[in-house]
Write a protein that binds this ligand. Structure first.
Ligand code: SF4
Length: 327
């Protein structure tokens, strides 16, 4: 992606692009790749990379964070890697961390778990953060807890929703033990809140359904398909190398309307595009689990328990620990 200059942007803000382009919708972060402008309302990213910014303008916080706000879930999927515990983060603590991260350049937060819609004050949390910060808010959900009242209270606060749908019909029902017809009806409620995408855990059971998942997802209004090759967990093996090969072939042959995405740890061998390749690791992403442990990813065994102090200082300490241990 090549950049546009500041004058182009200032002109566009004022005269051409309309209300979503007002200054308070834009957020700016600096890094080795350039100056990165982001609009949480439209999801538009602009990278000004003609002249590298000085290191003094680099943002200290990761570009994106994910937070497991609760480990509670009312389903019991075999592939689930969330710890089976009732750990849950405090409302005020989440707001404090995210306010600090927002001030130091984080662009977005993704809530997960567990099932985030089971968090007692989930809608209030999203409303509070939408008002208090300029973060883009997203969450990952199985979708079955979203009723009309929750949909109404999330509208305007949440920018993107990721819904888990690993197969269609009987495949979906054998994994989630919920009705597929009910999920389709829930997706209409999801669609009324914000743009949404579908997450698919890929393994030997779900791969044969992938075409149908993509067709159903596009038909019902999703804009993105996130492919999540199965990671080993509690006796469930990782996706086989044959299935990974089949997934690569499927991606190469896909011609549908959905944007395809894959998690970073599985991306090798896929045709990915990363305009911010100079900003890896904790500059790009960090995860906080439901026990308040800061990690380089949700799968990582390495982490640092957050105390009452600054989350930025904890990030610096974690970066130091990872470097010392060559992780
Ligand atoms: S819905 Fe998500 S959090 Fe709940 S058991 Fe399934 S994978 Fe785990």
């Amino acid at each position: 992606m090549r950049g546009i200059n500041r004058l182009d942007l200032a002109t566009s803000e004022g005269k051409v692009l309309g209300d979503n382009y007002q200054t308070d919708h834009w957020k700016l972060r600096g890094g080795p790749a350039g100056l990165h402008l982001f609009n949480r309302t439209t999801g538009l990213n602009i990278l000004l990379d003609d002249v590298p910014p000085p290191a003094s303008l680099y943002s200290r916080a990761p570009r994106q964070v994910s937070i497991a706000i609760t480990n509670r879930c009312d389903l019991a999927c075999a592939h689930c890697y969330a710890p089976k515990s009732l750990d849950e983060l405090q409302f005020d603590t989440i707001v404090r961390w995210l306010t600090e991260l927002d001030e130091h350049g984080t662009l977005g937060v993704g809530f997960g778990g567990g099932e985030p819609t089971l968090y007692p004050e989930f809608a209030l949390l999203c409303q509070c953060l939408a008002h208090k910060t300029r973060l883009s808010l997203s969450f990952t959900t199985h979708g079955h807890q979203i009723d009309d009242a929750l949909a109404e209270s999330l509208r305007g606060s949440v920018n993107f929703i990721r819904v888990s749908m690993d197969g269609v019909g009987a495949t979906y029902e054998s994994i989630r033990h919920r009705s597929f017809a009910e999920l389709l009806s829930q997706l209409k409620k999801v669609q009324s809140i914000s743009q949404f995408g579908i997450n698919v855990v890929i393994n030997g059971q779900t791969l044969p359904d992938l075409n149908d998942v993509a067709i159903v997802a596009a038909d019902i209004g999703a804009c993105e398909l996130l492919l999540l090759p199965q990671v080993p967990v509690r006796g469930v093996p990782a996706i086989s190398s044959d299935d990974m090969q089949s997934l690569r072939r499927w991606v190469d042959s896909y011609r549908g309307p959905l944007k395809l995405c894959i998690n970073e740890s599985s991306a090798e061998g896929f045709p990915t595009c990363d305009p911010l390749v100079q900003e890896p690791g904790l500059r790009a992403y960090a995860h906080i689990d439901a026990r308040g442990v800061l990690k380089p990813s949700s799968y990582s065994d390495t982490g640092l328990k957050l105390s009452d102090g600054s989350v930025l200082q904890a990030l610096d300490q974690l970066a130091h620990d990872l470097e010392e241990n060559n992780i």
